[in-house]
Design a protein. Structure first.
Length: 262
């Protein structure tokens, strides 16, 4: 495990952070009262969405590893919650390499202790913001071979970037660096499946100083422009599964898909 971060990163405990609110929703302990203040006001479906996101990531990562993908770039990692992506992947491909990135300094502290690779493989971590994709890719190139397929994982991240931040352009930029045979794995909160619930969640996050940009299905589908969607295509998080038993039927306000770079 290596890291590339500023010395003594400062954690701002006066403002809620998406990674720590997400940790609270998953039942974690690595958050602060300001994060709990946001999470506790969210409807129960928000915790369901966090769990469904996590389970989708597990299924998608396992399927990709089974297809021979042994390089992963996971942006918006969040506070480590076992099993983490590298544990899923290296359980299938022990020599896989995984680069994690997140912009919350608290993630670094936990990454150093918990995102530890198997001896045959490698994990790496950079404290960085997806809004500066070139920095992330430049760092990742020191670990990953961009002449071979890479899986880019953006789990429950892009809905924290409203259209004013050019979320679609950021994803296009990242995907453009990937060679043919790579994959994009993306999940995204919807604005059109349960619109009233979406509005409530957006409002509660806004009270905590966090802007959301939930999107309708056509807007989420745009993230995959030019890519080859893997069956079953863009569906809800609980409807995406391959190589594993079907999850229990469950409503979800999260869109999810995996797509191949042609």
């Amino acid at each position: 495990m290596t890291t590339d971060t500023p010395d003594s990163p400062q954690i701002d405990t006066s403002k809620a952070h998406p990674a720590r609110v997400y940790d609270w929703l998953l039942g974690g302990k690595d958050n602060y009262p300001v994060d709990e203040a946001v999470g506790s006001q969210l409807p129960p479906e928000a915790a369901d969405g966090a769990r469904q996101n996590r389970q989708f990531m597990h299924r998608a990562a396992a399927w990709l590893a089974a297809q021979g993908i042994d390089q992963f770039l996971d942006i918006g990692t969040g506070i480590p919650t076992e099993p983490n992506l590298h544990q899923i992947v290296q359980g299938i491909t022990p020599d896989a390499k995984i680069v994690y990135a997140d912009n919350d300094p608290i993630v670094l502290r936990h990454a150093e202790a918990l995102l530890i690779s198997r001896p045959e493989g490698l994990t790496d971590y950079i404290q960085a913001d997806v809004r500066r994709p070139a920095e992330i890719v430049e760092h990742a190139r020191h670990v990953l071979d961009f002449d071979r397929p890479v899986a880019l994982s953006l789990i429950a991240l892009m809905h924290f970037l409203p259209d004013s931040m050019d979320a679609h352009g950021i994803v296009r930029n990242l995907v453009s660096t990937l060679p043919s045979g790579s994959y994009l794995v993306l999940s995204h909160a919807s604005s059109d499946i349960f619109p009233e619930l979406s509005d409530q969640v957006t409002a509660e996050y806004a009270r905590g100083g966090i802007t959301l940009g939930f999107r309708a299905r056509p807007e989420v589908l745009r993230f995959f422009d030019g890519l080859e969607l893997v069956e079953p295509g863009l569906v809800t998080a609980t409807e995406w599964y391959k190589g594993t038993p079907a999850p229990e039927p469950e409503g979800s306000g999260i869109y999810a898909a995996v797509a191949r770079v042609p």
